[in-house]
Design a protein around this ligand. Sequence first.
Ligand code: C5P
Length: 218
Amino acid sequence: HAIPVITIDGPTASGKGTVAQLVAERLGFHYLDSGALYRLTALSALQAETPLDDEQALAKLAGELHCSFSNGAIFLNGEDVSMAIRAEKVGNAASKVAALPALRRALVELQLRFAQVPGLVADGRDMGTVIFPDACLKVFLTASVEARAERRYKQLIDKGFSANMHDLLKDLNERDARDSNRAIAPLKPAEGAYLLDTSNLTVNQAVEQVLGWYAAVK
Ligand code: C5P
């Protein structure tokens, strides 16, 4: 029997991470934060001072990532980098390196390994289009750029980072454009994806909607 996979793709700060984690919790499924893999690659590139356009070197870094996920914490080479990978600098670097085909290929295997019984909720940009095209439920989660900037602002402040709305809006627009217009695995709804605009939804309402869709298809 195929392992049930739910994919939740969407633009940066759309709330997909929060929604995906809660859906996974409610179903007792595993959770894949694929963005974290791009962030981890970017962080190790920044640490090693690898130029962010050196495709081969970056693909090698991605293929050799020593990372682990446990209880919501993320480790790189044994160090807890849960906070460090959330910095805007790392997110922006992640979005740059994520446009490199060899690097994306180097991360495919690792992502597929997350699909284990009893099931998986995977969030990212290309979970439904590229990595898990046979997922039983595909969701494309969006929110207005203003709603997303506000959420990201709150998230950063809560984590003790400094932030300002003007820069965040600029960052989000740039990142959206880069993620949507790249030649490989661009951000777009998968065929058959359910669209969920969360601009005016609470987290709970979004989670219930996804669970409702899943109950209908499983
Ligand atoms: O989702 P998050 O903001 O953590 O992702 C960081 C960056 O990684 C994104 O801006 C995107 O460029 C890239 N990414 C990707 N494919 C995924 C997940 C993330 O290209 N499946």
